[in-house]
Design a protein around this ligand. Structure first.
Ligand SMILES: C[S@@+](CC[C@H](N)C(=O)[O-])C[C@H]1O[C@@H](n2cnc3c(N)ncnc32)[C@H](O)[C@@H]1O
Length: 244
């Protein structure tokens, strides 16, 4: 009953889901598109207090599915919390035959002194917020997603990303901090394949918007001409595409 009312309460995402099911340009059948929506809802209804909107996960799924199947590169999620978004992305990885890397400390947000603002209200992310162990994440993905598509990289991004050298097709950042976002972009951008994408789910944070718009950051810390910053307002996502 609780699941049914939660499902009915999500009515505002139904048009997005129906549009997704009707898209014929994603390289998968209607049955597969239907299965994605069914599985994403099944996963959502199995957890409480999920820190993403269904629309956000679908938009990133579409970005992966739109890439030619023969294109190189792995999928990355930086910031997984309990692995609910990861379980959904792992199903897309399986469908596209791509390897899916999950980066997280598995002990929550790092120590930081960042003060954030969401639409004018002050907010902070404290050390240890969103902590979930690697075991918990793996169990959730095993039960709800495709664990065989996943590789887990445990540790602070500053320690783990410098050793990562795989070509990247698509990356999804949901890390709450400017410092964490910076590290992800600095290391992922050089590995990003032509037409590859980096999405940020932290588009509601003013300082993250400012970071994406900071031309000096792109030139001096990433080492590239600033890319066009794109925004999906409905899904509250920021993203950049590597020029082809
Ligand atoms: C909001 S949660 C992710 C939620 C998840 N994407 C979802 O929708 O279910 C943010 C995550 O970022 C991770 N994180 C943030 N900064 C990090 C850093 N510098 N190194 C490792 N993990 C980090 C935290 O451990 C946490 O799991």
């Amino acid at each position: 009953m609780k699941k049914l009312s939660k499902f009915l309460g999500s009515w505002r995402y139904w048009p997005t889901c129906i549009r997704f099911m009707l898209r014929s340009d994603l390289g998968i059948s209607f049955a597969q598109r239907f299965a994605i929506i069914r599985d994403f809802y099944r996963i959502t209804l199995s957890f409480e207090n999920i820190p993403h909107y269904q629309r956000q996960i679908l938009v990133f799924a579409e970005a992966i599915l739109q890439q030619p199947r023969e294109s190189r590169g792995v999928i990355i999620e930086a910031g997984c919390f309990k692995g609910v978004s990861s379980a959904k992305f792992s199903l897309i990885a399986k469908m596209t035959g791509k390897t899916f890397y999950v980066f997280d400390s598995f002990q929550g947000i790092p120590p930081n002194d960042e003060a954030h603002e969401i639409y004018g209200s002050a907010v902070t992310f404290e050390e240890g917020d969103y902590a979930a162990s690697l075991d918990t994440v793996q169990k959730n993905i095993r039960e709800h997603g495709d664990i065989d598509s996943c590789r887990f990289v445990q540790g602070w991004f500053d320690d783990t990303f410098p050793d990562f050298k795989e070509p990247v097709a698509a990356a999804y950042l949901d890390v709450d901090l400017v410092s964490s976002t910076k590290t992800c972009i600095q290391y992922i951008w050089p590995l990003l394949q032509p037409d590859g994408v980096i999405y940020s789910q932290d588009a509601h944070l003013k300082d993250i918007q400012d970071l994406f718009a900071d031309e000096v950051f792109w030139r001096e810390e990433v080492g590239t001409e600033p890319p066009t910053i794109r925004r999906d307002n409905k899904a509250q996502l920021l993203y950049v595409v590597k020029p082809g």
